[in-house]
Design a protein around this ligand. Structure first.
Ligand SMILES: NC(=O)C1=CN([C@@H]2O[C@H](COP(=O)(O)OP(=O)(O)OC[C@H]3O[C@@H](n4cnc5c(N)ncnc54)[C@H](OP(=O)(O)O)[C@@H]3O)[C@@H](O)[C@H]2O)C=CC1
Ligand SMILES: CC(C)(CO)C(=O)C(=O)O
Length: 312
């Protein structure tokens, strides 16, 4: 398959590296010329528990001159999606599937705007990646599932084909007929810990030690579950404690949720797509979301206090 990883950062490199190693024709796109040069010169190093694996990869700073891809996997941060896809327009044709594996809600609308509704695939992943230096990524793949699907839940041939290709590459992937439920399951996990990590500045080891934080996390998840129910979306959890627990499962005590990582880099965060999405969906469906609203306000305030934020 001809695949573009749009936003080859921490997570994109894990998917791009493993799909390249499995024999697919993969282009890793990252706007950093320095990173692209290193990847083309030295290959990508994926660090797994048993040891490092160096994978020769093909990288570029954009999609200029590229023929249309079979699949584009969107893995820029949520606030970069529109810009990145606009820049990749020439590499999208009616047969190109565009799959977001980003956290949060709302990416599919942006993809549909630019690539057309027929291109849109929906996905979520529990795979993790942290780029520890340019071109070296610590990968968390074992036991971490990825789910992809058509927005309407159809188990199409293309979804099955892509899921099979990902699984054969070592990325355990399911073709899902309830992908919107899967999307909300992951949203609940991010709602539980993301904003609270950013506000408290605590890594997971400490975050889980503060009972008041746990109470607040469960309250935020409870609101999001009420919104999902009002919207007719069936999530897998009935206890708000589960998403809170799952967020930290298998991660080292020093692990920091991505919202905290963004703030520590001086960047804005994906809060609008996570707790912010719960607030917007709550307004749409008549469900009050005061806890999520407050978490959004606090993170927005921190982003402002850290300004001048680097322009993303
Ligand atoms: N990392 C993880 O473990 C997980 C991440 N996710 C989700 O995956 C998405 C990506 O996260 P992550 O990999 O951590 O983020 P990263 O910031 O590590 O990677 C995104 C990369 O995209 C680059 N980029 C930004 N704009 C463009 C553009 N226009 N064209 C090409 N490249 C661009 C960024 O460059 P620059 O650095 O200059 O901004 C960055 O290197 C997010 O939605 C996140 O929530 C989901 C599950 C786990
Ligand atoms: C690792 C996990 C699941 C929870 O922190 C995450 O998605 C994030 O930090 O954004």
């Amino acid at each position: 398959m001809r695949i573009c990883i749009l936003g080859a950062g921490s997570l994109g490199c894990v998917f791009g590296g493993l799909l390249t190693a499995a024999g697919h024709d993969v282009l890793l796109v990252n706007r950093s010329a320095d990173l692209v040069e290193r990847l083309n010169r030295d290959g990508l190093t994926l660090a797994f528990k048993p040891g490092d694996r160096v994978i020769p990869v093909r990288a570029a700073t954009d999609c200029r001159g590229q023929a249309p891809f079979d699949l584009i996997v969107v893995l820029v941060k949520s606030f970069h999606t529109r810009e990145a896809l606009e820049q990749a327009r020439n590499a999208i044709d009616p047969d190109t599937a565009v799959l977001s594996l980003q956290n949060g809600l709302g990416h599919e609308d942006v993809i549909a705007d630019i690539a057309g509704p027929a291109s849109v695939l929906v996905g979520k992943t529990y795979v993790g990646g942290i780029m520890t230096s340019p071109g070296r990524v610590v990968a968390g793949v074992d036991g971490k599932a990825t789910h992809i699907g058509e927005p309407d839940g159809t188990l199409s041939e293309r979804v099955r084909r892509i899921a099979d290709a990902f699984s054969a590459a070592g990325l355990d992937t399911t073709a899902s007929d309830r992908i919107m439920g899967v999307v909300w399951d992951k949203l609940l996990v991010n709602v539980a810990t993301g904003a609270l990590s950013g506000i408290t500045r605590l890594a997971y080891g400490d975050l889980y030690d503060v009972p008041e934080v746990a109470d607040c996390a469960r309250a935020a998840v409870r609101e999001a579950m009420a919104v999902a129910a009002a919207a007719g979306i069936a999530v897998s959890f009935d206890d708000p404690d589960r998403p809170w627990r799952i967020a930290g499962e298998g991660l080292p005590p020093a692990f920091k949720a991505s919202i905290l990582q963004s703030l520590e880099k001086g960047s804005i965060t994906e809060i609008d797509f996570i707790n912010g999405a719960v607030v917007r969906w709550g307004e749409r469906h008549g469900v009050a979301t005061p806890v999520n609203r407050t978490l959004v306000a606090a993170i927005k305030g921190i982003e402002r206090a850290l300004s001048p934020i680097h322009t993303p």
